[in-house]
Design a protein around this ligand. Structure first.
Ligand code: PLP
Length: 397
């Protein structure tokens, strides 16, 4: 018996544990101080009433033998697939229901979709990055190459003539940087993938945030993308489903490599290894994509958008370089006075009682940067930004 030794290639995840330990220690030593947490990417507002109604109705159906639902289709109920299809139609994207696979969240399929590919592929991942792309591929034993995001490219790295990749992970709007690729930039990536026979895994978990219609919110708004891209999406941030668990993955029929249809492979994989998302959850997801559901989801998103604006306005006033915040719930900025991201974490905790996320936790290229999330309470964001403004160190920078 041999264990999967690839797990030893993973960095130990001390990162979030260290944040919690440092925060708890500070709280214990300073019981009179009010700590504001702007680190996490979890939602705080309740689900839309239309979603709650739909889920309660679904629960009632489960109470009668005549309307009980047992196992559903592994790829999702047709009513959910149709709701997603309608949502894409609004974006100008035509999908067949057979191209839409309902999942229990984007996180699951980020890992699972890599099963479609051989171990002997080079995986290209922008850095800094949501850690799941790197870790799932390291666990599988693939070669991972990082492409650098920095201030010069606005944390939106692009391929060039030396870029080598078989599988490419893109996330836009991005976690952690909040940066959003333009149509022209995504076109370049799609053209690169089609020219080099690569496949793009496009993480659209934050697609609902941009209000500026010039930003693509689906890779399929880009010409040629159905031939080279899988899109993974989530109800978590759009409709506050982080605790409900629902997402979907789009695998177009046009996506083929040789005689193999990736759609057929994914269907085969799902019907073997997955037993579908609960009926109650899917009724909630369907409601979240109704006219009223979209309105209610955007009322919550507007709240987070306004929080992000308060953060962004403060950083702008303080003359701190940042990206994100305008089409994304995350604001990514340069640590003042040349501090490392952990030095700034300590500074922010001890001087301002604000907890954020050090950029170094998202990879080497995140060192010297910091992420604040807009998913908190309005009054907390306002107080945090007042504290940040008065913290004297900023005026030295
Ligand atoms: N992708 C990105 C970029 C994320 O930031 C997250 C969660 O924070 C996920 C995927 C996971 O989403 P889900 O809750 O649908 O698993």
């Amino acid at each position: 018996m041999k264990i999967n030794d690839n797990f030893s290639r993973l960095e130990q995840s001390y990162f979030f544990m260290t944040i919690v330990t440092k925060t708890n220690e500070y709280a214990k030593n300073n019981p009179d101080k009010q700590i504001i947490k702007l680190g996490i990417g979890d939602v705080t507002l309740p689900l839309g009433p239309v979603v709650i109604d739909a889920m309660q109705k679904a629960v009632s159906e489960m109470s009668k033998a005549s309307t009980l639902r047992g196992y559903g289709p592994e790829q999702g109920y047709e009513f959910t697939q149709k709701a997603v299809q309608g949502y894409y139609k609004r974006k100008g994207v035509d999908l067949e229901t057979g191209e839409i696979f309902i999942s229990d969240g984007a996180g699951t399929d980020i890992g699972n979709t890599s099963e479609l590919f051989d171990m002997d592929n080079t995986v290209l991942i922008p850095n800094p990055v949501y850690p799941a792309y790197v870790d799932t591929n390291l666990m599988a034993g693939r070669k991972v190459v990082l492409i650098e995001g920095n201030i010069e490219n606005n944390f939106l790295p692009m391929p060039d003539e030396n870029t080598i990749a078989d599988i490419i992970y893109l996330c836009s709007p991005n976690n952690p940087t909040g940066a959003v690729y333009s149509k022209a930039q995504l076109q370049e990536w799609v053209d690169f993938a089609n020219k080099n026979d690569a496949v793009i895994i496009f993480d659209a978990a934050y697609e609902a945030f941009p209000l500026d219609k010039s930003f693509p919110t689906s890779i399929y708004q880009i010409s040629g993308a159905k031939k080279c891209a899988i899109e993974i999406c989530s109800f978590s941030k759009y409709a506050g489903f982080t605790g409900i668990r629902c997402g979907f993955t789009v695998v177009p029929h046009e996506l083929k490599r040789g005689p193999a249809s990736l759609n057929k492979m994914w269907f085969r994989r799902q019907t073997t290894k997955f037993n579908g998302v609960s009926y109650i959850t899917q009724r909630g997801a369907q409601a979240a994509l109704s006219e009223e559901g979209i309105k209610q989801a955007h009322a919550n998103l507007d709240y987070y958008r306004e929080n992000a604006k308060i953060i962004v306005d403060t950083l702008r006033k303080l003359g701190i370089w940042f990206t994100g915040g305008e089409n994304s719930p995350y604001v990514w900025f340069k640590c003042p006075n040349g501090m490392t991201s952990w030095e700034f974490f300590d500074y922010l905790l001890c001087e301002c009682q604000i907890v954020g996320t050090p950029g170094a936790g998202f990879g080497q290229c995140g060192e010297g940067f910091f992420r604040l999330s807009s998913f908190g309470k309005r009054e907390d964001v306002i107080t945090a930004m007042q504290r940040l403004t008065t913290a004297h160190k900023f005026h030295i920078n």
